[in-house]
Design a protein around this ligand. Structure first.
Ligand SMILES: *Cc1c(COP(=O)(O)O)cnc(C)c1O
Length: 373
């Protein structure tokens, strides 16, 4: 069985967790602070990273911190994991589903232009399959319409746009460290921003809104006489998770990043000549460290090819069912034709760092075999 995705855990993560367990202090503490410092250094020192328990809560807190509230609207591409939509609706705001570009699966700004209203306060671009597309155009659109930008960068950890790491610039950028992302904490996420008001708010709101509690917890104490002024949540990261994340981050540059890039490059080169397969454009402006490998299967052959691959022991995914097709987020009369068309064509091939070059060849061979029949 070739898995679609998986965590890559070495003896180093295991012993880092064992060390924390033996300290018998398992909540938010110095290991979380150490991971945040490592991330700050990774992003170059001009932004701050605050860690939370999931990528979804990172997005929700980011939205709350920029002032998104009940009745506001947030533009978001429909082709994303439901986490993006749930994070928006958790704040009481309305996710306004936008169509995507056929060429790259990213937010279609012309469609967003048609849907933006006075109630709209933010835009959430999703870096689908780790591509950034024309990120400058997103920021120009946001400036024109006076919107804040919360980037859903769950797929893009470690990628660069015009030689700048995603997260090291921009408004508010959210990452996920769940089990299958480019680095994992087991579960986890981070809000990254240069906006210190946002950063301070994340630090408080992840600990039930208890003001300035994070700094005490880093030192393994806590506040007893405190104030709370806003709705907070139990969204903090634990030291156990941070210990995993620190090892993963140290393995990223020389181990995870080159492997993901190599496997995606091999896929692209070998799939390019197979009739009936269409690949998304990859960015020319970016250095992409791919999280997933979605392909388009034309001429109605997707389901057949998917079944063939599964029968050959190759796990296949579909990223994603467009969110406007879900009962919770459907709006009567709203059709997003590009995303709906892509949904019938998309399938995701295995991509993780424990694959081998031979695995990639075997997978492409099966795709080829089926489509040439
Ligand atoms: C994984 C993911 C998230 C949420 O991250 P979790 O850590 O799983 O909560 C959000 N958006 C996208 C596009 C994702 O792939």
């Amino acid at each position: 069985m070739i898995r679609l995705s998986k965590s890559s855990i070495s003896e180093r993560e295991i012993s880092a967790v064992a060390t924390v367990l033996k300290e018998e202090f398992l909540g938010l503490g110095p290991h979380v602070q150490a991971l945040e410092k490592d991330l700050n250094a990774f992003f170059g020192g001009n932004v701050s990273a605050i860690c939370v328990n999931t990528g979804t809560s990172a997005l929700q807190l980011a939205l709350q911190d920029i002032g998104i509230k009940s009745g506001d609207e947030v533009l978001v591409p429909t082709l994303t994991y439901v986490a993006s939509f749930q994070a928006i609706s958790a704040t009481g705001a309305i996710p306004v589903a936008c169509d995507v570009n056929e060429a790259d699966g990213l937010l279609d700004l012309q469609d967003a232009e048609r849907r933006v209203t006075k109630k709209c306060k933010a835009i959430m671009p999703v870096h689908y399959a780790s591509n950034l597309g024309n990120l400058e155009a997103i920021y120009a659109f946001a400036a024109k319409h006076h919107l804040r930008v919360v980037e859903d960068a769950a797929h893009t950890f470690g990628s660069s746009y015009k030689n700048k790491l995603v997260g090291s610039f921009g408004d508010v950028v959210c990452f996920s460290f769940d089990g299958i992302k480019n680095i994992t904490c087991g579960e986890g996420g981070a809000v990254v921003s240069k906006d210190q008001a946002v950063i301070q708010a994340v630090k408080d709101l992840r600990l039930l809104g208890v003001m300035n509690d994070s700094d005490k917890r880093y030192a393994r104490t806590r506040s007893w006489d405190f104030d709370v002024i806003d709705q907070g949540w139990r969204y903090h990261m634990s030291d156990i998770m941070a210990a995993i994340g620190r090892v993963q981050l140290s393995r990223f540059p020389d181990e995870f990043k080159p492997k993901r890039m190599l496997f995606a490059k091999m896929y692209r080169e070998m799939l390019a000549n197979i009739p009936g397969i269409k690949l998304f454009n990859t960015d020319v402006d970016s250095e992409v460290v791919p999280h997933i490998m979605p392909i388009r299967v034309l001429n109605g052959a997707r389901d057949g090819l998917r079944e063939h691959c599964i029968a050959q022991g190759i796990q296949i995914g579909v990223h994603y069912k467009p969110n406007h097709l879900l009962s919770k987020y459907a709006v009567p009369g709203v059709r997003l034709p590009v995303a709906e068309k892509l949904y019938g064509e998309l399938m995701t091939l295995p991509l993780h760092v424990d694959l081998t070059q031979k695995n990639i060849e075997q997978i492409v061979e099966q795709v080829n075999l089926f489509l040439r029949k």
